[in-house]
Design a protein around this ligand. Sequence first.
Ligand code: DGL
Length: 267
Amino acid sequence: MDRPQPSSPILLFDSGVGGLSVLAALREVLPQAPVIYAADIAGLPYGTKTEAEVAARVCGLLGRMAERFHPRLICIACNTASTIALGMVREVLEIPIVGTVPAIKPAAAITRSGTIGLLGTEATVRQRYVDDLEARFGNGHVLLRQAAPGLVEAAEAKLRGAPADPAAIAQSVAALRGQPGGEAIDTVVLACTHFPLLRDELAAELGAGVTLVDGAEGIARRIAALTEGQAFARDRADRAITTGSIEDFRALAPAFARHGIGDLAAF
Ligand code: DGL
């Protein structure tokens, strides 16, 4: 690929607002990088869809977005989309693609009890990709996976200014803890980019002895490494685009503004 223009954006893609947890980490390492935040709100949630549905949406949308915006790099800031479609997207697009996959490796280095919990979407927890990560990096520890679709909705609501539903938090944590051996969990992988947006609520519910781990900082470092030496010019507020209704999207304006995004548009 030719050297990107300084104004060429990094495109962050998620089904909804989850990718903002990745954007926050990216701003720490690359504050000057222009960003387009793409939310497939018309397809939200991904976690209850089939593999074929997620793959078709993600490949189709990213192809069109790459043509329209010429990003220097795409980050699939969504575990569900990454664990299903990362390989396919890399095959069809010629720009660097960074995925978001469950942070099992760092969790395995942290746990002292040897029991790790993993909260993700229904689709993520059943992926072979996660089986492979567990086999390669789980270090022989017990990994208890729990689908927590209510947390996606709670995070979406929270960023639209509503309180995060305490019942959804309590129910997800109780289901994880209620698995055989679940009382020994001392480390929890937040394997959905929406969940770090509920970090305080989840930490309070899980209790003081539990460490929460997500992949955002590692992803930001990876993006910085892949764009090292490139020039960046972020001379205006960044843009967020939605595949859904622009009226609904405007309810997220304050949350986007907190992440340096001031221009909301329909895709
Ligand atoms: N943020 C997405 C993830 O990381 C999932 C949310 C959804 O179900 O669409 O998996």
